[in-house]
Ligand binder design. Structure first.
Ligand code: NAP
Length: 332
């Protein structure tokens, strides 16, 4: 079968490999859709820890073709929670499963969803309706991560929430903040993504830090950084109301530093949280996608084959791209 593998940092290829066999407690899924995430590009560039030779793809869903004695029905559509915590390490025993010392992430540390088939632990499969658009299942993982960030931010009805970054994570965060009953502003530079943000519920949009400050001079109760660049992390405190909260969801390259002023954060008692992956949020994400509460169709900007996936990951996302979805059944 075909799979898109990170051979080494800077070397990604779509190659023919042997069909995976599900091990004990695992199922085999025929992949229907797998999203290319910013983290895949970070992995390619060596900005996020990787394991050489693994098939990438950690945002995917598909149809169970071998339930391997587990209770997941054959033919069911499932989304994979890629993070497989051990349950035994110090962090797991404290309930901080996303910080598991032994997490083996599907699509990073074991073969993932940029492939025709993928085997993964049955316990990490969450069922989706047979009627769901197959492309939509690929959004469960990014939504699960965004849910964790929004849980940390604990937005209350009536609060002002500023989302920075109009990619998938930011546009999902806009929708979650609206669901929480908040007034929402989206700060992102591209006019297209601003329009998309408005269509998905943002009350206000801004193309720059200055424009955001003009609209909310006292700042936001909650700032959610979803761009993953140093400049937007650095601007977050200045856009936060005194006594407010910041959640950083964006991933900066390892080793990158950002200047902040601790006195300002202390004197205005601003809480700054960092949100990492999806502890216990994947089932909620699957439910929100399954019942259509969160709109994901507008986030699909192109569908590509496995043959096109390696280049699409190696190159920066084209202007206006929100999410490219790899569809292994596409031929070319
Ligand atoms: P993405 O598609 O690259 O979106 C990032 C957006 O940030 C872009 O659309 C860009 O839009 C905007 N941006 C960049 N520079 C900006 C600036 N100076 N001011 C305002 N907006 C700016 O990425 P994504 O898939 O949505 O993911 C966002 C980040 O979250 C990435 O770093 C990703 O690795 C991370 N992530 C974290 C987790 C977690 O568990 N914490 C999970 C998944 C993803 P404009 O060009 O319109 O400005």
């Amino acid at each position: 079968m075909l799979a898109t593998r990170l051979i080494a940092v800077g070397d990604i290829r779509t190659i023919e490999i042997t069909m995976p066999q599900p091990g004990p407690g695992e199922i085999l899924v025929q992949v229907e859709a797998a999203g290319i995430c910013g983290t895949d590009r970070h992995l390619f560039k060596g900005e996020f820890p990787s394991v050489p030779g693994k098939t990438l793809g950690h945002e995917f869903s598909g149809i169970v073709v071998d339930s391997n004695g587990t209770d997941i029905p054959l033919g069911a559509r499932v989304t994979c929670d890629p993070n497989d915590w051990c349950g035994e390490c110090d962090q797991c025993r404290r309930g901080r499963v996303n910080l598991c010392a032994n997490n083996i992430a599907t699509g990073i540390a074991r073969d993932g969803g940029f492939a025709e088939f993928c085997a993964f632990p049955a316990a990490k499969a969450h069922q989706l309706p047979a009627t769901l658009d197959p492309l939509h299942g690929a959004f469960c993982e990014p939504l699960a991560c965004t849910l964790h960030g929004m849980d940390l931010g604990a937005a209350k009805p009536g609060e002002r929430v500023l989302i920075i970054g109009g990619g998938v994570i930011g546009l999902l965060a806009v929708q979650l903040a609206k669901l929480a009953g908040c007034e929402v502003m989206l700060l992102t530079r591209s006019a297209t993504n601003q329009e998309l943000g408005r269509a998905l519920g943002a009350d206000l949009v801004a193309g720059s830090e200055d424009r955001a400050r003009v609209q909310w001079p006292a700042g936001a109760d909650l700032v959610v950084e979803c761009a993953g660049v140093a400049a937007t992390v650095a601007m977050s405190p200045g856009l936060t109301r005194t006594g407010g909260r910041i959640v950083i969801l964006g991933v900066l390259p390892t080793g990158e530093h950002v200047e902040i002023e601790p006195f300002d954060l202390l004197f205005r008692e601003i809480q700054m949280h960092f949100s990492f992956i999806n502890p216990f949020t994947h089932e909620r994400a699957a439910q929100l996608i399954a019942d259509g509460t969160i709109s994901v169709a507008p986030l699909v900007t192109r569908t590509i084959s496995l043959h096109e996936a390696a280049d699409a990951i190696a190159e920066p996302a084209p202007a206006g791209e929100v999410r490219a979805i790899v569809v292994p059944s596409m031929q070319n």
